[in-house]
Design a protein around this ligand. Structure first.
Ligand code: C6P
Length: 424
């Protein structure tokens, strides 16, 4: 176990033993450009612990075969491990049944699945899809595409100056009676804002609308229970939560999934095939056409098992601790403009900022020379950039293995940026 317990609070949230956790991530023990790596780009993708790397190696060295097809030992093993992975991943988000969880390539494919399958079958001209200004493009473009096909109309919740959704507008929008689905991020990747999804879902449900949650930044950094959230769809990616790239999942409430038409056709997803008509496999296989990412799913489950030993509550608390520390330090740093809610408790481990002296790309380039990895750009959230009238921000994003010393290095790195671009 990589945690020690504090005695103050009840119920106690474990405090992370970060030095110990760092040993689980071999990639962190390297120098980049002559400096120890400070990996502060976790919202883009997280690093992978040995437990996940070993699971993938073991699968390929011992069990690799196709699933649900063969009657031989290896195929049985692969199938058992793949289906066990489904149950483990479903458990991570509190899904009532593993059969409601579909493996996808990631959050992006999961949202495209919802928009295409559910959207094309259920949306009619004049129906409304409610999004928000803080959505990642993965939770915008699929809805724009389905709106064009069906004649549905896109509506938006706005952001206040601190990057929070303006919930006061919600009753008015829902009160129009046209909203069929609310598609909203659990946590903003560009600002870190944790959205009040349960409250939004409560109001949406009362208005007869479904709720689709983009959980890409939620499932990795925040405890998730889809039932408590009141979600009907929940999409997330393994690579942001210590798992492999190219695998993620979509949970759909059972009675909705039953009525959704297939998303893609091919092997695996059929029952009986005729020349003109075919019937579909049972759930969830109806939505998993072709050979799935078997190793990826097993690796995703290994990531869940790993994160379980740490605990999502402890991870979130650690991130909020780092965010609070970073907001204080960056707030004292001359010429730095911070974005997002001022209270660390309102956000996950993301800090977006700009400097008066330098473009975010220049900040990132200078920091990279000091071994510090951050992301600079629009973060696939151009509506957020438009809301704050900037083209880009610099973004540091934290995870369970990051330290206050790394935040200190980030802040000192900005002094270097200032000395290069500040004209002193
Ligand atoms: N955000 C970031 O640097 P995929 O690529 O399918 O695993 O996840 C897409 C996605 C969807 N929603 C949110 C809120 C996200 O943050 C992301 C991925 C990365 O912020 C890469 S752009």
């Amino acid at each position: 176990m990589s945690v020690t317990h504090t005695h103050a609070a009840a119920p106690p949230v474990p405090t992370l033993d970060v030095e110990r956790i760092r040993e689980d991530f071999p990639i962190l023990a390297q120098e980049v450009n002559g400096h120890p790596l400070a990996y502060l780009d976790n919202a883009a993708t997280s690093q992978k612990p040995t437990a996940v790397i070993d699971t993938l190696r073991h699968y390929y060295e011992r069990d690799n075969a196709n699933v649900h097809r063969g009657l031989h030992e290896l195929s049985r093993r692969a199938t058992d491990a793949y289906e066990a992975a489904r149950a483990t991943v479903a458990g991570w988000i509190g899904a009532p049944a593993p059969s409601e969880l579909i493996f996808t390539r990631g959050t992006t494919e999961a949202i495209n699945l919802v928009a295409s399958s559910w959207g094309e079958a259920n949306l009619a001209p004049g129906d409304e899809i409610l999004l928000s200004e803080l959505e990642h493009h993965s939770n915008l473009i699929p809805w724009q595409l389905v709106a064009k096909k069906t004649g549905a109309v896109l509506r938006y919740l706005s952001l206040d100056d601190d990057g929070r959704l303006i919930l006061d507008d919600l009753p008015g929008i829902l009160g129009g009676g046209r909203v069929r689905i609310v598609a909203i991020a659990h946590v903003s990747n560009s600002l870190g804002t944790i959205n009040p999804v349960a409250e939004i879902a409560r109001q949406a449900r009362e208005a007869g609308a479904l709720v689709a949650v983009d959980g890409a930044q939620g499932a990795a950094h925040h405890p998730v229970d889809v039932e408590k959230l009141g979600a009907d769809f929940f999409a997330f990616s393994a690579h942001k939560m210590c798992g492999p790239t190219g695998i993620g999942a979509l949970w759909v409430r059972g009675e909705i999934l039953e009525r959704m038409p297939p998303y893609q056709g091919g092997g695996e997803m059929i029952d009986l095939v005729g020349k003109h008509e075919s019937t579909w496999a049972a759930l969830p296989h109806k939505f998993e056409a072709g050979t799935p990412n078997i190793a990826g799913a097993i690796g995703m489950a290994a990531a869940v098992e790993y994160l379980r030993t740490i605990g999502p509550e402890a991870i979130l608390r650690h991130e909020q601790d780092l965010v609070g520390y970073a907001l204080d330090a960056l707030g004292d740093s001359p010429g730095v403009r911070l974005f997002g809610p001022p209270e660390p408790s309102e956000r996950a481990g993301v800090v977006s900022f700009r400097m008066a002296e330098a473009h975010p790309h220049d900040i990132s380039t200078v920091l990279d020379r000091e071994g510090i990895a951050i992301r600079a750009g629009h973060h696939c959230a151009q509506l957020v950039m438009q809301r704050f009238e900037v083209g880009a921000t610099a973004r540091a994003s934290f995870y369970l293995y990051n330290t206050k010393e790394e935040v200190d290095r980030l802040v000192r790195g900005l002094d270097t940026v200032r000395s290069i671009f500040g004209g002193d």
